[in-house]
Structure formats: structure tokens, C-alpha cells
Design a protein around this ligand. Sequence first.
Ligand code: NAD
Length: 433
Amino acid sequence: MWRWREGVRGQHEPNPITIIALGLSPTGIAFVRGWAGKGWSRHIGVFAYTPLYVTTVRGTGKVLASTHQAWTPTDKESKYKYHHSRSIILPGLLDLFPSHTHLYILTNSVKMVPSIKLNSGAEMPQVGFGLWKVDGEIASDVVYNAIKAGYRLFDGACDYGNEAECGQGVARAIKEGIVKREELFIVSKLWNTFHDGDRVEPIVRKQLADWGVDYFDLYLIHFPVALEYVDPSVRYPPGWHFDGKSEIRPSKATIQETWTAMESLVEKGLAKSIGVSNFQAQLLYDLLRYAKIRPATLQIEHHPYLVQQNLLNLAKAEGIAVTAYSSFGPASFREFNMEHAQKLQPLLEDPTIKAIGEKYNKDPAQVLLRWATQRGLAIIPKSSREATMKSNLNSLDFDLSEEDLKTISGFDRGIRFNQPTNYFSAENLWIFG
Ligand code: NAD
């Protein structure tokens, strides 16, 4: 269906597509600028002197622009930049045009995801793909298919035990020309047993080698808890227990020690941005006192049963972007036999969420995801089924009313699923106590 959309970060579209884009400056003069991921493109085309341009790609025999289109929100004045990664149209004209551009695109097929500007300067896609519990046997195909479906952000971690396989999916997509490394946003996380300052860089280098890339776009401290080092040759990923069974052995590393080592990753070019996950307000305040590089993002459990408004307020005030995980609440935790995950009304089946979805012709998952993105958060849902991959990715093309947003926030019960004490007996791991 043809529709107007405001600019967003682009996604690869494997099929032939036609795009008509309209560039409007604040003065009403039409122009479009080219952006090639790392800098302004030397390519600008036929649309320079006209408010309308048409690009046809693949299979037409007359290629005016590439299959890689991207639209990125930048700042308040210049709302969106035009990503143009493989343009072969008239080089050189670009710099004649001013940078403040509002873009609207009439499209029948380009998938578009807005991005969030991080305090590091990087642009992070607002919708990404989560990799927890993606089985190693299928992870390569899942990542490859997710790239084909249009995902550009992948949220991985040492602890997920599938980084090498995920990397194979990335390598295949790059080899086939579907995407370039710089168009991807690869996130990984530091596991608890590698918090000692001298353990951070070696493990990041191993994780990078597993992924087959030479930098992470974002690297997070997974949990604010330091456990004793377990050598990767002994067990990898090491998990929570020192003996692989039940013993919890803390390490003496402070968050300051770990964060200082994280900062050196940025200095060495191993991570473009660094951040934290599962941190609460007190620890963030402390971290911000000594951080030379401020955390770019905070990744937290966030769903209508755990709204965490105060934490979001803090993050906003401090310029830290927030990523929501487990957006469907109990759905991700039922398999762990967690009593409260099994007893609670599944959000995906909740009559109120369903009724809201029906108003917008959206499924409950899309409602839950849109509630999070309208609250300004990034989301990283996971699904290995192609249809849900796509519907999750396409959850931004409608707006919930203020009233509906409030109704959903009203589900808040402060219920947290993802904490160690819910998985195993862990008397000294009351991270969220
Ligand atoms: P999720 O919310 O992505 O998925 C929960 C369940 O819902 C899965 O079984 C999935 O298959 C299913 N699902 C997905 N889309 C659906 C749809 N449209 N309709 C119906 N069911 C659907 O949960 P998650 O995996 O817990 O979280 C997402 C990602 O967040 C993870 O993969 C991981 O990358 C990240 N995460 C991070 C942490 C952390 O400690 N930082 C913890 C948990 C998850």
C-alpha cells in the first residue's frame, strides 16, 4: 500500500521497489542530501532541483539509486537525513544544498525504523532484534533472515551462548551484499565473571572474534554484579555459578573498576558506545560521578507490569537512552516455571490490550511495543518466525492515543521477572533488592 511516512532509518528491501521522496526545507525549497553512513555522500541526484524524485531499483535495468535506503532522525532542526549507501547518481552536487531538511517519503515497500541519537553521537535504531534464547543451531539463519526482514540492530551477549552463530548470519548477509557492516548496529554485553578490570578487554576481543567484527556499536555491562573469573577454556559462557552448578562466588571488582575498563574499549575503538543494563537509580547516580564517558544507554526490563517511570525520568534527565527488554512481560519467563509468570494474565492475551489493538487494527504485541516506543524507549523483541519478525519491526506506523497510553501504563504492578533469585536460590544476589 502506498503511504506517506516521515523519514526513518532504512532497511534493505530485497524486492524491486519504487520510491518517490519529497524534500522540504523550512523555506519551502526542495532538496535532499545524501548521507552515506559515515559522512555526507558525494552522490546526489536528479532530485536536487525538484521536490519529487523517483528511484527505481533492481530489475529495471536503469538504476538511479540503491536498494539501501535509510532515513535517520537527527536533531530538532534537521529532522531526517537521507541515507544513500549505494547511489550511483550524479556525484558532486550534494554540498550545494543546506543541511536542514524535512523529508517525507511516499513509499509502497520500504521499511523504515527511526533511530535514537545517543550521547556518544551514534544513531541507534529504535527497533532491534533480541538474541536471548535463540538456539545456536538456528541462530545463524535467524539473524540472516532478520537482516533480510529489515532488522539492523542485534542485541547479543556472551551469556546467550550464540555469538559465533549470530556472527555467521551477519557474515552471510554481508557476503551476499544485503547489508554492510556499517549499516548494522551490533550490541553485546560483558558477563558478570569478567568485571575485573584486566579481564574486560580480552573477553571483548574474544566476543568480537566470535561475531567476526572488529568493533561493537554498543557494549553493555550486563548486570551490576561482579563474580569471580571463570576462564573461557574451562566453561563458556560461564553462567552464574563458579562451579557450573550452584556456587555463587563474588569478585571484588567495583563498578568503577569495570567502567574504567569499559571506557578504554572506546578509546581503543573496540566499542563505539558503552552502556549498562539492569542498573537502578542509585548506582547510575554513582557511576555518573566518576564516568569520563557517560553511559549511552540503559537496558532494562520494561513492560506494563513494570513501568519504572522514575528510572526513565532519571535516564531522560541525564541524557541516557533506554532500551526495553522483555516487552511482553511474562511471555518470556513462563518456560522457567516462575510462579508469578505463570499465574499473571499474559499481556499478549489481555482483553484490554487486545481491545486497544482492534481499534488500530494491530495485534497485542504491536500495541505493547508501540506503548514502549511512544514512551521514547528502544525495543528489542525476538522472534524466529518470519511473520512476527516483520510485525514486530513494523510496530511504529501507528500512534496510540494519550488515553490508551495511560490505560496501558495503568497495568503497573512493579513486577520484575528477570532477576537471579527468580531462577535459582541465590541468597547473595539480591540485585534489585
Ligand atoms: P521478548 O519480549 O522478545 O519475547 C518473549 C516471547 O514472546 C518469546 O517467546 C517470543 O517468541 C514471543 N514473541 C515475540 N514476538 C511475538 C509476537 N509478535 N506475538 C506473540 N509472541 C511473540 O522477550 P525477551 O527475549 O525476554 O527480550 C527481548 C530481548 O531483550 C532478548 O532477546 C535479549 O536480547 C534482551 N534481554 C536482555 C536482558 C538483560 O538482562 N539485559 C534480559 C532479557 C532479555
